[in-house]
Design a protein around this ligand. Structure first.
Ligand code: NDP
Length: 400
């Protein structure tokens, strides 16, 4: 029985809050706090009484350390789940250190002024977390998150050596809009329009990052329950920790599918400067074009009802077992409408919110336990994999 403080009240939070409430034997009290309290109240009002969970809402600006510390000191939660935006990761981590409370997030820290994400600044807080005797669990969504756990499970239980990993993310959902993003538009468009990168060991065994132009490399992948889709190489944060933690790895890449309409719109918006993240002045008012665009696009939290189709996210893993070559695809498929019926959110929010809850459950039940800053593959994958099957994200393994 524990109290959790969840920060952020968007699409992913809606799922995480509901899933925590459905596991009220662990999450007996939920405090939901965000910048706009009315959004917290709306989510809280959707929690059914029969779940017997105490839920309370609050307003907090998670960019403000003092506000965060005051809230944590008032509420005294056992864990803080950061489901706001990556910009808030460092302030929320620092507040957790000040208050001696465990921390979890779903996305890598990103500075608002630079479209680049890396673990450096979060890993640098390892000593501070150790000193206070608390833990941070980084990237407990689907990718990063479940994809790290799939790789850890393969390393711990299925392979003797892993050589190649391709992480594959397919959203074959259709929301009926000409253009919309399935999670926060600002974060999504910064990520997709950035240069691609993959990691590979050279002939001397030296691991090196290789940079590509945005979406320059394309391949086709046959996604189970969906079919063949063009998949584009991108940089994605879980590769930064996996290339360190999967022993013997020779190459890791990340691919994502995009529909033609998404790509055409994104290119056009980029060409006219709407993806810029630096300020421009319009009639004496300073605006960041990408932030303006975010306000114009559909809120991903409202896409649930109209999105049909499935997601398929998984890891194609190649290596050796008992001296023989082995290749598998380990994956989950998720149906947008089934997610909506259960939680009121589409599958991209669902596949992120469920692992966020499971990560917190692992920490609260001390199945994943330690002092310092951790990535998902640092722990035994088995208990998390078991929870995925129980909590709505069952996985399968395809031998290839
Ligand atoms: P939304 O934009 O729908 O929600 C973000 C929420 O955070 C909003 O309620 C917003 O408040 C709140 N927020 C923003 N800034 C602050 C602040 N300074 N203080 C307090 N609250 C704040 O995003 P999503 O739900 O789509 O995504 C949530 C997170 O999940 C993001 O970090 C995203 O990158 C991550 N994600 C991770 C994935 C994974 O697989 N690992 C996949 C998809 C998303 P307001 O309502 O006032 O704007």
């Amino acid at each position: 029985m524990a109290k959790v403080l969840i920060i952020g009240a968007g699409g992913v939070s809606r799922v995480a809050v509901k899933k925590c409430a459905m596991n009220s034997d662990v999450f007996s009290e939920i405090v939901l706090a965000s910048r706009t309290k009315s959004k917290c109240d709306e989510i809280a009002s959707e929690i059914k009484n029969e779940l017997h969970v105490e839920i309370k809402t609050a307003k907090v600006d998670a960019d403000n350390l003092d506000e965060l510390v005051a809230l944590i000191e008032d509420e005294k939660p056992q864990i803080v789940m950061n489901i706001a935006l990556p910009y808030q990761d460092l302030t929320i981590m620092d507040a957790c250190v000040k208050c001696g409370v465990d921390y979890l997030d779903t996305a890598n820290y990103e500075h608002p002024d630079t479209a680049k994400f890396e673990y450096k600044e979060q890993w640098a807080r390892d000593e501070a977390f150790k000193k206070v005797g608390i833990m941070a669990l980084l990237g407990s969504g689907f990718d990063p998150g479940v994809t790290n756990v799939f790789c850890a499970y393969a390393q711990q239980y299925l392979f003797d050596e892993i050589h190649y990993i391709d992480i594959l993310d397919c959203n074959a959902g259709d929301h009926g809009y000409a253009f919309a993003t399935n999670f926060n538009p600002e974060i999504n468009l910064r990520e997709v329009s950035a240069n691609g990168r993959y990691w590979q060991r050279d002939e001397n065994g030296e691991g090196r990052w290789h940079e590509t132009k945005p979406l320059e490399i394309k391949m086709q992948w046959d996604y189970p329950e969906i079919g063949v889709k063009d998949s584009y190489l991108m940089y994605h944060e879980e590769m930064e920790s996996l290339c360190k933690n999967i022993k013997g790895l020779k190459r890791i890449r990340f691919f994502m599918t995009f529909g033609q309409s998404y790509l055409t719109h994104m290119k056009c918006l980029e060409n006219v400067g709407m993806l810029r993240i630096n300020e421009v002045e319009v009639n004496g008012v300073k605006v960041v074009p990408l932030q303006l665009l975010k306000e114009l696009l559909p809120d991903p939290a409202t896409l649930g009802e109209r999105t049909v189709g499935k997601t398929n996210i998984g890891c194609a893993i190649e290596g050796l077992k008992d001296g023989k070559k082995k290749k598998i695809y380990i994956y989950n498929t998720c149906d947008h409408q089934a997610c909506y019926r259960e939680t009121g959110a589409q599958a991209v929010s669902y596949t992120t919110g469920v692992p966020a809850m499971i990560g917190a459950k692992m920490v609260l039940e001390k199945k994943w336990h330690g002092k310092g800053v951790f990535n998902m593959e640092n722990f035994d994958a088995k208990p998390f994999m078991e929870e995925l099957n129980k909590q709505g994200l069952p996985w399968k393994i395809l031998e290839m």
